[in-house]
Design a protein around this ligand. Structure first.
Ligand code: GLC
Length: 428
């Protein structure tokens, strides 16, 4: 009797555990990224990769689009050595941290010097840490100024060359337009990584810096840096924007512009396509784009940004992960992404591609801007330094009466403590 029961039990088990007809178990490749504005182009590329690799499924986890929040999600997985993570998106400021923490796989074996040469230099440098390469650039970013061509033409103003000129132009247009919903300027001033990108542009343009990488000391308490921060607080936010801007990341600040509620707008290259899409933008065809302004007698500065694909050190299938990274960063896919989203490619040859130049005529001038864009300093302690700067900038911009010198001194002291960790200690 017992034997009969056992027999039926085993039969039932075999039935339950057998693979469903026709669905051979698939190999999964796990990707953590954020949602792009044109999801179909990514879906199609991933579907093509799956087709080229029968039996493979790319499983995607979509994280927040904010660099700071995405970093939290991703590093949690990496700290836990999550084996269910193969490939990830990586902001241009992370390779140093990911490399020194042992989270990102060195890619030298796959991403040869000859192949690296086909990419723009700045993102390749940013992907290096101690002579090893940890990521493959997917697209490149640099800060740009967008403006309402129609409004400037209406009142006969040229595009501004300096930040003070931009404030004056905006004030005059605001006074004449008398539109209560119109602001002079829209950008990213929320407390997150984007705030550092924006503030660095004013500080560098004014001849200042965030820190001195040789002496390993913060320079935020130096006169030029202080002057730039004061300018943003008193003139940009105080005179031509509204306090709502203090809660904006890229999407909200762009929406204000595309809805026709801002005269000037600072953003990355992808904003061009969205601002000129008449389906979603009320200002399509009325948009100008130019390098960011400087200060009187000083040239403007653009922060270098961009995203890479990296491979987790804890991936159990690095070869497969590499095949995927190589595919997604290939010229064919970068071109498709650029055509669909306006995101700027990282492969040099694409800047001479006739079809791309036709679709994005400003590509050549963007290349000049990328070549001059300034990277945020490469260091494994970038994130703690950025967090201190984010808190400092945000508190100054949000509290017009705050004591700038005192807060800058505090931020400088806190940054110096972190920078101290980078000093070579004599062996004890
Ligand atoms: C963009 C840039 C990235 C930057 C982020 C800040 O995504 O590519 O480098 O850190 O914006 O919001």
């Amino acid at each position: 009797m017992l034997h009969v029961k056992k027999f039926w039990f085993c039969l039932a088990l075999i039935f339950v555990l057998r693979p469903a007809a026709g669905s051979a178990a698939k190999t999964e490749l796990r990707l953590v990224g954020w949602r792009s504005e044109a999801t179909q182009v990514w879906d199609r590329a991933i579907a093509d990769f799956e087709r080229q690799n029968p039996g493979l499924k790319v499983v995607r986890e979509i994280g927040p689009s904010s660099s700071t929040q995405f970093h939290d999600l991703l590093t949690q997985k990496l700290k836990n050595r999550d084996p269910k993570l193969d490939v990830f998106f990586m902001d241009v400021i992370w390779p140093g941290e990911f490399a020194s923490a042992g989270w990102a796989l060195p890619l030298d074996r796959y991403f040869t010097a000859a192949e690296q040469n086909k990419f723009l230099e700045a993102p390749i440098l940013a992907n290096h840490y101690r002579q090893h390469v940890f990521g493959v650039p997917l697209f490149i970013d640099a800060g740009l100024l967008y403006y309402r061509k129609d409004l400037l033409a209406k009142y006969g103003f040229p595009a501004p060359r300096t930040w003070p000129e931009l404030v004056e132009t905006a004030k005059k247009i605001l006074a004449r337009e008398r539109d209560p919903d119109l602001v002079g300027f829209s950008a990213q001033f929320k407390q997150y990584e984007g705030l550092v990108c924006n503030m660095m542009e004013y500080i560098l343009a004014n001849g200042g810096s965030l820190w001195d990488a040789t002496r390993l000391v913060s320079t935020l308490d130096q006169p030029r840096a202080l002057e730039a921060v004061r300018f943003v607080r008193d003139r940009i936010i105080g005179e031509i924007s509204h306090r709502g801007i203090l809660t904006y990341e890229e999407p909200e600040s762009l929406a204000l512009f595309t809805q026709g509620h801002a005269i000037f707008h600072r953003n990355w290259p992808y904003a061009w396509k969205i601002a000129n899409d008449s389906e979603t933008s009320k200002i399509a065809g009325k948009v100008g784009m130019m390098p960011l302004p400087g200060f009187p007698g000083k040239k403007g500065a653009a922060t270098l940004g961009g995203w890479q694909l990296g491979i987790s050190r804890f991936s159990t299938q690095p070869e497969l992960a590499w095949r995927f990274v190589a595919f997604m960063t290939s010229a064919a896919i970068q071109k498709r992404i650029a055509l669909a989203t306006g995101r700027a490619p990282t492969r040099r040859a694409l800047y001479d591609d006739p079809e791309l130049l036709d679709a994005i005529p400003q590509l050549k001038s963007l290349l000049q801007i990328f070549r001059q864009a300034v990277p945020r300093p490469i260091t494994p302690v970038y994130i703690p330094l950025s967090n201190i700067m984010q808190r400092y900038f945000s508190s100054i911009l949000a509290l017009p009466d705050a004591d700038l010198l005192a807060r800058a001194a505090l931020a400088t002291r806190d940054m110096n403590r972190v920078l101290d960790l980078l000093r070579e200690r004599p062996p004890s």
